[in-house]
Design a protein. Structure first.
Length: 282
């Protein structure tokens, strides 16, 4: 049997898989901010789910920037899991389960892998996944694998306003600082879910996101784009039809706009991605 997991900034999910192809109902709990407490909680839940059986392997995602070997999280740019940075996550999990191999991936990338293999991007060769939530992340998936990188993917860090006319000189005008839930809350002083769907701000966010998607199409040349995160699939949200309209306008005649879909796997995309990671590495 196998253990799969998804360590997010607020919630962690762990599930048992008997064959590496499907999984049982996951256990969900608040992600501890302290690494020692967090790793012990994961080990305790995993041990309970294993029910005395030998764990043949583990796979999962964690937020933040991973080292090149993908054995640990170097840093969390969102400064949520600071104490997890530099800790030997893969080694510690393997050691706890009789040296079973542990596969680790960035949380956005592993959700993208799940959507590419079992969700909205299934059947497409090149999938671009973007999540728009408290931050903006994403990954490029090619033929069922997270594409090779030297330092990971950070689509949310692209600068869209080089003259700094939108946010002013003090804030870097990245896609993340323009369309994320955190950015919207700072601008409006209320939570995004408190803003009416009829408010014009949602279409303005779609316009900005459309330009980000233009860059995605230009640089990654995907067959399909899958959008997830609470700002896109929540309620209220940036509507997909508005995003498509603005992306097509931004692209103009230069490049065709690929299909753009909402993510389909809700908050379990990372677990589906972990299954795909196991299957590709058996």
């Amino acid at each position: 049997m196998y253990l799969i997991f998804d360590i997010g900034g607020t919630k962690t999910r762990i599930a048992r898989s008997d064959d590496g192809r499907a999984y049982h109902a996951p256990v969900k709990f608040d992600t501890p901010l302290q690494y020692k407490e967090g790793i012990q909680k994961i080990i305790d839940v995993g041990t309970r789910l294993a029910e005395g059986e030998i764990v043949e392997g583990l796979a999962g995602g964690i937020r933040g920037v991973l080292n090149r070997e993908k054995t640990l999280m170097i840093q969390d740019p969102g400064k949520r899991l600071l104490d997890w940075g530099g800790r030997q996550l893969a080694h510690d999990l393997s050691h706890a389960f009789s040296d079973a191999p542990t596969l680790l991936e960035n949380d956005s990338a592993i959700v993208g892998l799940g959507e590419a293999t079992a969700g909205a991007g299934k059947g497409f060769s090149i999938v671009a996944y973007h999540t728009v939530s408290t931050g903006v992340g994403g990954a490029r998936i090619v033929d069922g694998r997270v594409d090779v990188t030297s330092a990971g993917f950070e689509p949310g860090h692209q600068v869209l306003d080089i003259d700094r006319t939108i946010l002013g000189p003090a804030i870097e005008p990245t896609l993340e600082n323009l369309v994320s839930g955190t950015a919207l809350e700072k601008r409006r002083g209320v939570k995004p879910y408190e803003i009416s769907q009829d408010d014009a701000v949602w279409d303005e966010l779609a316009r900005v996101l459309g330009y980000g998607i233009k860059n995605t199409v230009t640089y990654w040349s995907p067959d399909v784009i899958v959008l997830g995160g609470s700002m896109v699939v929540g309620d209220p949200r940036i509507l997909r039809e508005d995003i498509v309209r603005h992306a097509k306008a931004a692209l103009g005649e230069s490049l065709p706009c690929p299909p753009i879909f909402d993510a389909a796997l809700a908050d379990e995309g990372g677990l589906y991605g972990a299954l795909a990671l196991l299957q590709k590495n058996k």
